[in-house]
Structures are given as structure tokens and as C-alpha cells.
Write a protein that binds this ligand. Structure first.
Ligand code: SAM
Length: 283
């Protein structure tokens, strides 16, 4: 039984990192005038309201998108991410926060293809509403890990896969790695991004080790943390591991991450925020 609802967490620091990286990857793929496929294994509902009861209950966006929203001196790549979020808000007031599939659709064309997977019975209905009438977006009420294998390689031979499970089930940490290794065998040139939460650091170290031993080349890791690692409950940091990253991604992230850590650290009233920006496996 799935209980996770992303509406409690929309626009938090982990979404900022995930969606910033996604925007960079999508912009890069759009540079070539050739169609590609976007596959979101864990789509969520696709759209969020920051004045919803769920968002207001946690107010996680206050140490995520909110402090960046009014910032006037952001580097180009961060400003570009904010511009994408602005395009979902009709006025200067931040209230709409798009999910990963909406961000992708916004940056893609009708010639591109989106495959969106979601298992939760409520979230899938919301996702269907978000993408109603969009014929190039296929919404699937099924398991994203299975859907990933079924849809690869894409007919376009170009693609970006986002793997963003809630990790409610602890076996997801291993499943993400085995799924990406299998997917990479079917489609070695695709761009893959794996989102992860740091709740127990050992689980992330195991994921990193699994990828290092997989034989897959060219893997980068970007992480943003609001708190130091702890033995207590709760997410302290979050990261994105990217396979076959765009050639400029690491440089762009090395410019953004120190500032993001500074702004979000100040937003929570202390200086604890930190980041990682690493080449996990060489090309
Ligand atoms: N990717 C979304 C975004 O960035 O806006 C957020 C997704 S949320 C972290 C994870 C979603 O995965 C939840 O909506 C949950 O219902 C869904 N989910 C959990 N297990 C799944 C599975 N095996 N296949 C597809 N969806 C799943």
C-alpha cells in the first residue's frame, strides 16, 4: 500500500536540486533538432499548489523554492530554472510548483515523447488530469521500474530517464541500481538521473559502490544538504546521480551549488547547508 504523497514536499530543497538538474539535461537535449523520449518512472501528480493544506502543513518550500524566487542575482543556470517555475505562475506570487513531468513537457515539443509512470491510485488520476489531451504524453498506471525496461530502447534513440522513487520501501535503494544497470544494457547512450534522499548515509554509499562496480562509465553526482548526516529519522540531504551527463553539467552545477547551499542555509537560519559535486566514474 503506497502512502507517500509528494504534495507535502513539493518545492523543497530536494525538488530544487532535482528539477534544476532536469532542466539542464532537457535544455541540452533540445539543442539538437532531433526528437527524444522522456521517461519518468515515478511521476507523482505533475502539479502542486503551495497553498494546499499538504504544502502548508510542512512548509518545506520555505527552505526550497521560496528563498530563490525573489533572488535577483542568480547565475544563469539557476535563473533559467526559476524562469521555468515562473512560467507556471501567472503572477509574481509563487503558488504553483510543477512536478518533474510538467517541467519536462514545458521544455519539450510535440514531436518528442513523454512516458509517465505512476502507481498511486489518487496521484494517477491527478496526473491524467494534468496531461489530459496531450497526445505526445502517455500516462501509465503501472510500475515505473517495469515500464522502464519495457520502453527501452526508445525508437528515437535519444532519451532522458528520471528515476525518482519515494524510497518508502527500503528495497528501492537496491532496485534503483539494478534497474538502471539493466536499462543501460538496453540503451547505453541514454541520459539517466537517479534521485536519492540521504536518510541513512550507508544506503547511499552502497548505491554509489554498486554503480562504480557496474562497469557503466561517465557518472556524476550532485548533492545538496540542509543538515549534517545523522542517525536520527528524516532526510538531511538529497542528491542526483547522472549517467551520461551533458558535457557542461558538472561545470554548471559547480557554479550553482555553493550559492544554493548559501541561500538555503540562510533561509533556515543557520550555515549548515553543504553540497557535493563529483565525477563518480570517469568517461
Ligand atoms: N517525480 C516527481 C516530481 O519530481 O515531481 C515526484 C515523484 S514522488 C517522489 C514518487 C512517486 O512515485 C509517488 O507519487 C508514488 O506514488 C510513486 N510510486 C511509488 N512506487 C512506484 C512505482 N513502483 N511505480 C510508479 N510510481 C510509483
Amino acid at each position: 500500500m503506497l502512502s507517500y504523497r509528494h504534495s507535502y514536499h513539493a518545492g523543497n530543497f530536494a525538488d530544487v536540486l532535482k528539477h534544476l538538474v532536469s532542466v539542464r539535461i532537457l535544455r541540452h537535449l533540445k539543442q539538437k533538432p532531433k526528437p527524444f523520449m522522456y521517461l519518468d518512472t515515478h511521476s507523482g501528480p505533475g502539479a502542486y499548489l503551495l497553498d494546499s493544506a499538504q504544502a502548508l502543513k510542512t512548509r518545506e518550500y520555505e527552505t526550497g523554492i521560496a528563498p530563490l524566487w525573489q533572488h535577483t542575482q542568480l547565475p544563469e543556470t539557476l535563473a533559467d530554472y526559476i524562469a521555468v517555475i515562473r512560467s507556471f505562475n501567472p503572477t509574481d506570487t509563487l503558488n504553483h510548483y510543477p512536478g518533474s513531468p510538467s517541467i519536462a513537457q514545458h521544455l519539450m515539443d510535440k514531436t518528442d515523447k513523454l512516458n509517465l509512470f505512476e502507481l498511486h491510485s489518487t496521484e494517477i488520476e491527478l496526473l491524467k488530469q494534468t496531461f489530459a489531451g496531450q497526445r505526445h504524453c502517455q500516462v501509465h498506471h503501472s510500475d515505473g521500474f517495469q515500464g522502464l525496461q519495457a520502453k527501452l530502447p526508445p525508437p528515437q534513440r535519444r532519451g532522458y530517464v528520471l528515476i525518482d522513487p519515494p524510497y518508502e520501501i527500503k528495497s528501492d535503494y537496491d532496485k534503483v541500481i539494478s534497474s538502471v544497470i539493466k536499462a543501460h544494457k538496453r540503451f547505453a547512450t541514454g541520459v539517466y538521473a537517479i534521485w536519492y534522499p540521504v536518510v541513512e548515509r550507508q544506503r547511499i554509499e552502497k548505491m554509489e559502490q554498486g554503480l562504480k562496480e557496474s562497469g557503466i562509465r561517465n557518472i556524476q553526482l550532485f548533492e545538496l544538504g540542509l543538515q549534517p548526516d545523522t542517525q536520527e529519522k528524516g532526510m538531511t540531504s538529497a542528491g542526483m546521480i547522472v549517467i551520461n551527463p551533458p558535457w557542461k553539467l558538472k561545470q554548471e552545477m559547480s557554479e550553482c551549488l555553493p550559492l544554493l547551499a548559501k541561500i538555503l542555509g540562510e533561509a533556515q537560519g543557520d550555515k549548515q547547508a553543504h553540497y557535493r559535486c563529483e565525477q563518480l566514474v570517469e568517461e
